[in-house]
Design a protein around this ligand. Sequence first.
Ligand code: FEO
Length: 393
Amino acid sequence: MRQLKPNIYFVGAIDWDRRLFDELIPLPDGTSYNAYLIKGSEKTALLDTVDPTKTTVLIDNLIKLGVDRIDYIIAHHAEQDHSGSIPDILMLYPDAKVVTNPKCKGMLIDLLNISEDKFITVDDGQTLSLGDKTLQFLYIPWVHWPETIGTYLQEDKIFFPCDFFGSHLATSGLFVDDEAVVYEAAKRYYAEIMMPFRAPIKKNLEKIKALEIEMIAPSHGPVYDRPEFIIDAYKDWVSDQVKNEVVLPYISMHDSTRKMVEHFVDALIERGITVKQFNLGVTDIGKLAMSLVDAATIVLGSPTVLTGAHPKVAYAAILANALRPKTKFASIIGSYGWGGRMVEQLTGLMPNLKVEILTPVIAKGHPKDDDFMALDKLADEILDKHKELKISS
Ligand code: FEO
């Protein structure tokens, strides 16, 4: 059985084969649902459960450890990948109480129909003794739901932050063994679900500053035994600093938009700007989301379809709008045959982005010299804007 420290066990499940979360988010490396068991000298606590598809794995792990009593089930977060097995655990351990905050309690009742008398609610900062181990609960809302709490295990200096700092990564190692691999997975995870909540996450980072943390044990992915690695990464991601980068999601039907994209990408590279180009016909939207974490500018490339943008480009605009990256500038390039309102449509789909719209370039039919010159001018405009931010020389 995997052990973080004496009497602190990983009892969760690794989901090697899962390839989609929320029927939306790609999981190229699978994921894990981390549950932890803490045996105190007097009481035993289970921190979170697992996705309902893996309940038997959790129960097997508890049986292997010989757990004949659970006093507390700490529910950090109501989302079912962590809470979904609570009803089964309550059936197996009927004396257990579910410990959480009032908001999470309400959501667990709504989502899982757990009866009210099973709960103990805790305030922000409140402690709960297991005998020789003390759990301290911290409210860390909006990582990515409003109700989430974390637990700080005082004697062992381990912070259990649930989704916060997590990564969708199935791995046999309990601890991070390759920081480059985990950085990629954690950044993808941040981009996909945390990025819309940069402001509250900043506050949560401030809040945990006061804790002396030796380990961070999230609810997905490996445990950080060098916590500054992931804390520093988060500080960078939530900062207001953007990079000299253009993200270019596009699609082309008859090559006009593709030729414009190719010319434009070359023009940006010549000006020293990093480009991340995504063909939306084949792209992994997780990669696209990750690229939006740092980029100063997004440029959408689309042909005109039935007077508007290609639906895949409209989807990229809706996704960017939902993820609320710190992007500063946006523009649109593309083509049309006989008319349309693509620019107005796409800008209207991104009201959450606090961006300045730079001069769009829309070609009639196949792009011509004037259109390529206009793309060069747009590349100049982007360079000037990046220089004003002092992110380009
Ligand atoms: Fe991993 Fe928000 O659940």
